[in-house]
Design a protein around this ligand. Structure first.
Ligand SMILES: *Cc1c(COP(=O)(O)O)cnc(C)c1O
Length: 375
């Protein structure tokens, strides 16, 4: 069987039916000529379908081992798309420490009465069993969590959902399909913010939902067209281009992350390091990935000193690009959370999150060591 690395490099290569271009051309057209009034061609209108979006969708379907996929205009549009499968008042179970934008959307839909959401600690399978019932329509899973890299058991939670006839969907953005395969673990759907690792160059906002059956993929495509959630041709073009180097990028970024974690775990100014490289991670991931977080000794002032003095790592939210980024979740990505909720989640100001890029590891380690020495 051809390796995923090879398939990714080859995705869309030499597809061009018109001129045999090695790289697929970009089709920006919003509409297409009909051969006759009662017969349309393979493409008719850009919201419904587009060659560049189809190429990306096929590559992502294969990468996740699914039956079909829908490419959306953002990761949040991917989450909104799966919510469209639900009837009014449906019961949804989600992790209490899910991505902030997901938490905001689910909470707003709950407050409107469109769905009924329970946010729970999915690291506790008894809590999952106690919350998921015959009334439950969907279980949303996200592992590792942001920013503390807490893990939840995808196979076990999907089993609980299936026994209750609920759909299971995994937000796999932090690892990418090259490090975790939600559909193989039993999920009905796997989604990604392609903004992160899949595009990988911090120049596209996009998303995808991959489904494990054609029936589900067709329902998703119907809703994406009806609600206008599909991604743009140019974003699909860029993301397919990014995808060709996904394996190289993830390998390089993960190697750097492992080296950084080894330094941080031994550092006397660092009190805790969070990196998913043991326990459940070994069971359900094929590697720890390139996201990590840590706490510094010396309180908020110490963390501020690291954030202000660090070179090379750019102070920014987001993740999964070739460039290394650093952020302080309490004041940046999780600022919108109520202070009590933030404290309960363990997100104090000493916590620092890193998205490791693919720069030379000795440069990254030197920059981190210098910043820690500034404390
Ligand atoms: C970024 C992110 C999203 C949202 O994706 P956008 O492309 O920003 O809309 C959803 N889930 C996770 C885990 C993310 O990191």
């Amino acid at each position: 069987m051809t390796s995923p690395t090879t398939k990714l490099v080859q995705s869309g290569i030499a597809w061009d039916p018109a001129y045999g271009a090695i790289v697929p051309p970009l089709y920006m057209s919003s509409t297409y000529v009909w051969p006759s009034v009662d017969e349309k061609g393979p493409y008719d209108y850009g919201r419904s379908n587009n060659p560049n979006r189809d190429l990306l969708s096929r590559a992502l379907t294969e990468l996740d081992g699914g039956a079909g996929a829908v490419v959306t205009s953002s990761g949040m549009a991917a989450i909104d798309l799966v919510l469209n499968l639900l009837s009014a008042g449906a019961h949804v179970v989600a992790p209490h420490d899910c991505y902030g934008g997901t938490h905001r959307l689910l909470t707003a839909r709950h407050d409107q009465g469109q769905i009924r959401v329970d946010f729970i600690d999915q690291g506790d399978l008894d809590a999952v069993r106690a919350t998921v019932s015959r009334e439950t329509a969907m279980v949303i899973i996200e592992t590792p969590s942001n920013p503390l890299m807490r893990l939840s058991d995808v196979a076990a939670i999907c089993d609980i959902a299936r026994a209750a006839d609920a759909l299971s969907v995994v937000d796999n953005t932090f690892l990418s399909p090259l490090r975790q395969q939600p559909l193989t673990l039993g999920a009905d759907m796997a989604l990604q913010s392609t903004t992160k690792y899949l595009n990988g160059h911090s120049d596209v906002v996009g998303g995808v939902v991959v489904a494990n059956t054609e029936e589900l993929a067709e329902k998703l495509a119907w809703w994406a067209n009806a609600a206008g959630l599909t991604g743009s041709p140019f974003d699909s073009y860029q993301t397919l281009r990014g995808l060709r180097t996904l394996a190289l990028r993830i390998n390089a970024a993960e190697t750097n992350a492992k080296a950084i974690v080894a330094v941080l775990r031994d550092h006397d100014k660092v009190t805790d390091v969070y990196y998913p490289d043991a326990g459940l991670a070994v069971k359900q991931q094929s590697g720890p990935g390139a996201m990590l977080s840590f706490r510094v000794a010396g309180g908020a002032a110490a963390a501020a000193s690291v954030m202000e003095s660090i070179e090379l790592f750019r102070l920014a939210a987001s993740l999964g690009g070739v460039e290394s980024l650093i952020c302080q979740p309490a004041t940046m990505t999780h600022r919108g959370m109520a202070p009590e909720a933030r404290a309960a989640a363990g997100l104090d100001e000493t916590l620092i999150r890193v998205s490791t890029g693919i720069e030379a590891k000795e440069d990254l380690i030197a920059a981190l060591e210098a910043a820690l020495a500034s404390i």
